[in-house]
Design a protein around this ligand. Sequence first.
Ligand code: ZN
Ligand code: ZN
Length: 730
Amino acid sequence: MPPAPILRVALPTPLRQLFDYRNPGHPMRPGMRVRVPFGRQRLVGVVMATAETTDVPAERLKAVLQPLDDRPVFDAGLLELLRWAAGYYHHPIGEVVAAALPKALRLGASVSAWEERWHITPAGRAAHLAGEPKRSPRRQALLAALLGTERTAAELREQLGESWRAATRPLAERGWIESAQVPCGPPPAQSGPPGRGPALNEEQRAATERIQASLGRFDAFVLQGVTGSGKTEVYLRVTEQALALGRGALVLVPEIGLTPQLVGRFRERFGVPLAVLHSGLTDPERLLAWRAAFTGHARVVLGTRSAVFAPVADLGVIIADEEHDASYKQHDGGFRYSARDLAVMRARGAAVPVVLGSATPALETLHNVAAGRYTRLALTRRAAEAAPPRIALIDLRAHAHTAGLSTPAAQAIERHLGAGGQALVFLNRRGYAPTLLCTACGWIAPCRDCDARLTVHLGARELRCHHCGAHAPLPERCPQCGFAVKPVGQGTERLEEALAQRFAGVPCVRLDRDVVRRRGDLEAAVQRVVSGEGRILVGTQMVTKGHDFPNVTLVVVLNADQGLFSTDFRAPERLAQTIVQVAGRAGRGTRPGEVLIQTEFPDHPLLTGLLGEGYEGFARTALAERQQAAWPPFTRLAAVRDSARTAEAALQFLTDARALAGGARGIRLLGPVPAAMAKRAGRFHAQLLLESPGRGGLHQFLEAWLPRLEELPSARRVRWALDVDPMELF
Ligand SMILES: [Zn+2]
Ligand SMILES: [Zn+2]
């Protein structure tokens, strides 16, 4: 087939279109990268389609400067996923495609991680001994160079000069030397022989077999397992089976830094190289990992959000662990996608099963189960015979408390420590205190650039803004009246101090983003608890992610009340998930655990429901409420968010956008409203929400409406973005 004359190229620009270029005769296929002229620049783009003709007039049609690949960087399945994502999230295709590639490849680096290696054959050896090839010192030198060892093309060029290649042909024709294309890069990490897993219990075996039976076709599974029930073992067995069938696996995790144990278990189990992709990699490291996946050198690809676009040779299964986790949703920048939802689409396109694992599946996911779209596989038993923890509420109004810790909770800690257990105290707020207050005049330390208070960090002697990163020295006196100021409220730093006073001599370990700053900090802190050196663990959300603390027998949730009365309809779901996840840390060994939740609202139906019926019961009630209030998953949402230098400009653009929407049928417009924290990092934020009973209507509307927003004069004074299926509302 002659090369297609026209290439339709996705370029990293905010324009919602492909760009046509003339193909000077390269054998190009969709998915290959090209360098092209674009205005005065040269850009790297990806060929999305080839064509025979174009609407671009011949005199304006430019030619491709250079093809960059000899095989597509995206296979047909990934290209289709990118097209679908650009359509579904209404984002320019060029930026979607760019988001799916490591930076080095966006700049034109070679994907080829192959090198040419030459070696001598036994016949060649014999010929050399016989003094062959006579009368050609150049060929003799080449043969001699290969006697000891095989050499790469680059090494031969270095040793023999540019003319070496001319000598290869006659020698290869006689069968004296041979060449091979070998993947380059670091040799695979020395992994021992594959490890063997523990025996499966009944439920694990049933789940594993059910998923394995679907290898080779699309099927969506929700693996709902309480913490400690052995979901990871199911992932490992399914992956093992896929590998045995000659297929690869893609494993998504919310945050790599927080799941070192999962990565470790995949490494130990399989004797195959693993490619690990996450945001902590340098650009060269990311390129290396991507190439390992692309070449099929790494059969298992493990990564965070953007790894959903990673190449996996002969993809056989996709697994998304902790599928409810909010970090699967990209919620800043332009292209805002859900890696969890894209994983399902990718699996569908590739005709492979997808496994969504969680102890607390998202309500959307449970709704898909109820609708028959996903199959639920339950793991209800905890490993090592551990009984489920006993959960109780502590009424904060009825008990005295010091630094937020009530007397009954302190007594429980004492009891568990006395019995040789460890205690975990959970507080989702880092720093010493969330507020610095002057009791004389009422001054509160504010952030100059945000509608937020500055958090006291006593150890660092600083005030810090947790929203924009601003910081200032900690004042001792009120800047307004000169009276002494005092920290009000609790953060993990203060809680640690209070526990050290209450339990003198008992070693305490803190786990939050102020303590865990570098690679290795987290493992070190976890190790201090696991080894038994630390007896009390104080931590934020970070403690809920995947670590095993087998000797923790008591969990205290210091304050459950944030989230009970939020304006965001998802807040109760997040609170329930956090409580269940943190409670799951208790009693994971053989000892039964105890969980105490401190609240000022012990009669709140969410808390009583959660205690009475667990996450199941909560989810049922919460879904019924969502249906009544017409929130997702019973309706579809999209949000247009903007920010500007003034509050007026931020609202003006959204007001104009709303006016353009006119009386669109079936679309309910909510807002515009300023964000709850309108001022952040010196800019004012606002939101316009769109709600529709169905996906089709919403997307049809967006398709027509968005291009008109781009032309609004008020759009020039704001930064704005569309968020389809937003996870956070204000
Ligand atoms: Zn004052
Ligand atoms: Zn700030």
